[in-house]
Design a protein around this ligand. Structure first.
Ligand SMILES: Nc1ncnc2c1ncn2[C@@H]1O[C@H](COP(=O)(O)OP(=O)(O)OP(=O)(O)O)[C@@H](O)[C@H]1O
Ligand SMILES: [Mg+2]
Length: 246
């Protein structure tokens, strides 16, 4: 499989504080790729470099072969529409129905009529496993798991090539977390999407990630598959592994 995203020698910082020190990674088309690391290690920040929210100080990021930060504005605008993102604390608009929340990007970026937008939004609402009846509800009327699904539908509505998920399972109970994982896998399988997800969830690591990286002390301490990690000399996730095997 070819690389859909490749970060080469990336350094990021907030002011004087270096967050990532000359790191490189590559994400293959149609894989579910994880960003792991302790709290505050810079997972969200590194994800933001791939969606134009955090410009690296040094290095290059290639999105489908294009140097994304060093291309012209029109190319950047096109790349932005090829990514869908569900943010870590991404809230739905509380004053809008689920149907309108899901359609909001189409209102902004397409020339479809209101009726067409509603139809497309309804398609995605059902695709993420919500019932049609949920479309007319407001976010406050939905359970945590349903809200996450609605946020996922909103991230998918422009049919992105790459779906970015920052902690999609946070705040969900174990059963809803596993349901979210299988939904993510089904979406990848049926749409051929590439999924990049930040996660703390040990079960997700074992169950759905094809490959992942681990950030530790500003560097990428590991990149590869779970079985490669199990064979490595040192496992930065050892504590997590122990906790799961009990
Ligand atoms: N806009 C910002 N300005 C200054 N510092 C920031 C900014 N955003 C994040 N940071 C800091 O950078 C560090 C890494 O943050 P980041 O959100 O990338 O970590 P994370 O690995 O996603 O953490 P978590 O697991 O808690 O979500 C943190 O110390 C954070 O406080
Ligand atoms: Mg984060």
């Amino acid at each position: 499989m070819r690389d859909i995203i490749r970060g080469e020698n990336i350094t990021t910082s907030y002011g004087e504080r270096i967050m990532h020190d000359n790191v490189s990674w590559s994400i293959k088309e149609a894989e579910i790729y994880g960003f792991l690391g302790g709290s505050g290690s810079g997972k969200t920040t590194l994800m933001k470099t791939m969606i134009y929210l955090k410009e690296p100080n040094l290095g290059d990021i290639y999105f489908d072969g294009v140097n994304m930060w060093k291309s012209d504005i029109a190319t950047q605008a096109k790349i932005k529409l090829e990514s869908g993102t569900m943010f870590q604390f991404g809230a739905l608009y509380s004053s809008m129905t689920i149907l309108d929340n899901v359609g909001v990007m189409l209102v902004e970026y397409s020339k479809f009529s209101k009726r067409q937008i509603d139809e497309i939004a309804m398609f995605w609402i059902q695709k993420v496993g919500l019932k049609k009846e949920a479309a007319s509800l407001y976010p406050s009327e939905l359970s945590g798991g349903m809200k996450k699904r609605a946020a996922l539908a909103r991230a998918l509505v422009l049919s992105p090539k790459v779906l970015f998920l920052d902690e999609p399972n946070s705040g969900l109970d174990p059963v809803s977390s596993r349901q979210m994982d299988s939904l993510v896998r089904d979406l990848r399988d049926s749409l051929g999407l590439t999924v990049v997800m930040v996660t703390h969830d040990a079960d997700s690591i074992f169950d759905i990630l094809d490959r992942f990286l681990i950030i530790e002390n500003k560097k990428i301490a590991f990149e590869g598959t779970l079985s490669e990690l199990e064979k490595a000399d040192r496992n930065p996730l050892e504590e997590l592994f122990k906790s799961r095997k009990k």
